[in-house]
Design a binder for this molecule. Structure first.
Ligand code: 5AD
Ligand code: SF4
Length: 435
């Protein structure tokens, strides 16, 4: 969602005549789009924003001072306080008023001084704003913003507000526009896409959105994120029915322990989660599953953690994002006693990472010898002679670039790759033809 918001910010500033540049040094205007889901993101922002203070201005700039803006979740949460802590910041805006940025920027340029605007409620969808997409072949398409869940550890509902769905016709129109413009892959976005439509007239269901977007003729369709309590049989069935829906699902489990899941206010059990996995594999054999896991939630004991490890072993995730619990002020969990020593949490975390890596490696081994369809994204960062792209299961795939082609030439094309190497984080092989 932050990447998408950033594309909106670029779109608005470009519409006003600004130019996107590659580094802070070259930039006259720096906009930080921020996340506050874990403390590490807070710390990183403070460091990076502070470092702007002594960064020399670009030679030839007409400005006497670099304009620095902080937007997104930290802007929403901290507002004016950011300027008290970082007086060289010029602008603060929140998650509900991306569209204010051009006005705040004009004021900062004309008048100097500080300009803060944070709203308590949304003033419409940021999706109505200009957009500068980072890639020509893939597009993020937000279908909901905000979150009505109250996971006890999570700050998102506070900074992103109540869940709001975009009308289905608008979503389909945008998807059709992407398809017609040559975009290959659309990723539908929302904090919990499965509860889409509950706030709309006629309560359209998420499965209907999937069906309608599939019908646009888009090549690849993905979505994120799903809450296990809201994943319906109809959506599970979509994996069998819809040609464009890629065989990969991100389904955050957070913990394998029923006791901890209850304390997290997740409203499902381990058995429910495993039941969903079984139904998903029935509907779509070979589906790649990924997840999020929090280690060290307050009160997590050794046996709770063992349950998490057990589930991870049982499911066989292709990828798992693992996080050490981060106490977020203002969330219900922040009030819970938390007495697990940090070393114990770290040891659990390291053990889990080991299991997750082993699982990812094992899932990738299954592709050896297979021919997979790869959506090329360009050349590999590590070796410019290789193309890098994504398989339907969202695995990173590398292969030598066809002769005479650069990464730029091939970006956005679909190619077939025969896999002859499978590592933990990627597959590699040779291009055997176009799709
Ligand atoms: N501490 C650690 N991880 C968190 N997440 C959300 N809030 C916290 C927190 N307070 C993780 C969850 C979520 C992902 C986006 O971030 O796993 O799914
Ligand atoms: Fe946070 Fe839970 Fe909403 Fe996800 S579903 S954004 S974890 S409150």
């Amino acid at each position: 969602m932050n990447k998408h918001d950033s594309e909106r910010v670029c779109g608005m500033l470009e519409a006003q005549g600004s130019l996107c540049v590659g580094t802070y040094e070259e930039a006259d205007i720096v906009v930080f789009m921020t996340c506050c889901v874990r403390e590490a993101a807070d710390v990183r922002l403070l460091g990076q924003a502070a470092s702007m203070k002594n960064l020399p201005l670009r030679a030839g700039t007409p400005l006497s001072k670099r304009i620095v803006a902080i937007g997104g979740c930290i802007g929403q949460r901290d507002g004016e306080k950011l300027i008290a802590d970082l007086p060289h910041i010029d602008i603060v805006f929140g998650t509900h008023n991306l569209s204010s940025l051009p006005r705040l920027l004009a004021a900062a340029l004309d008048e100097g001084g500080h300009h803060t605007e944070v709203l308590d409620h949304a003033e419409g969808f940021s999706t109505d704003l200009p957009l500068a997409r980072a890639s020509g072949w893939a597009a993020w398409l937000p279908i909901t913003v905000g979150c009505d869940n109250r996971c006890s550890y999570c700050i998102v509902p506070t900074v992103r507000g109540r869940e709001r769905s975009r009308p289905i016709e608008e979503v389909v129109r945008e998807a059709q526009g992407y398809k017609d413009a040559g975009v290959r892959e659309v990723t539908l976005l929302g904090q919990n896409v499965n509860s889409y439509g509950r706030d709309l007239y006629g309560s359209p269901r998420f499965a209907e959105v999937l069906e309608r977007v599939d019908a646009t003729g888009i090549t690849r369709l993905r979505f994120a994120t799903s809450h296990p309590k809201d994943l319906t049989g109809e959506v599970i069935g979509s994996f069998a029915r819809l040609g464009s829906l890629m065989p990969a699902l991100h389904l955050p489990i957070q913990s394998g322990s029923d006791r901890i899941l209850a304390a997290m206010n997740r409203n499902y059990t381990q058995a429910h989660y495993l039941g969903l996995i079984e139904r998903l594999r029935d509907a779509c054999p070979g589906i790649a599953l990924s997840t999020d896991i929090i280690v060290g939630f307050p009160g997590e004991g050794a046996s709770d953690f063992d349950e998490t490890c057990k589930v991870v072993e049982e499911v066989g995730f292709s990828q798992a994002f693992t996080f050490i619990y981060s106490r977020r002020e203002g969330t219900p969990a922040a009030a819970l006693p938390d007495d697990t020593p940090a070393e114990v949490v770290q040891e659990r975390f390291d053990r889990l990472v080991g299991i997750v890596q082993e699982q990812a490696w094992r899932q990738n081994q299954k592709e050896l010898g297979a021919v997979v369809e790869v959506l090329a994204e360009g050349s590999s960062k590590r070796d410019p002679r290789l193309l890098s792209g994504k398989s339907p299961k969202n695995q990173t795939v590398h292969a030598p670039l066809p002769s005479g082609m650069s990464g730029e030439d091939i970006a956005g094309s679909l190619v077939k790759v025969r896999v002859d190497e499978a590592k933990t984080w990627y597959l590699a092989g040779d291009v055997v033809g176009p799709v």
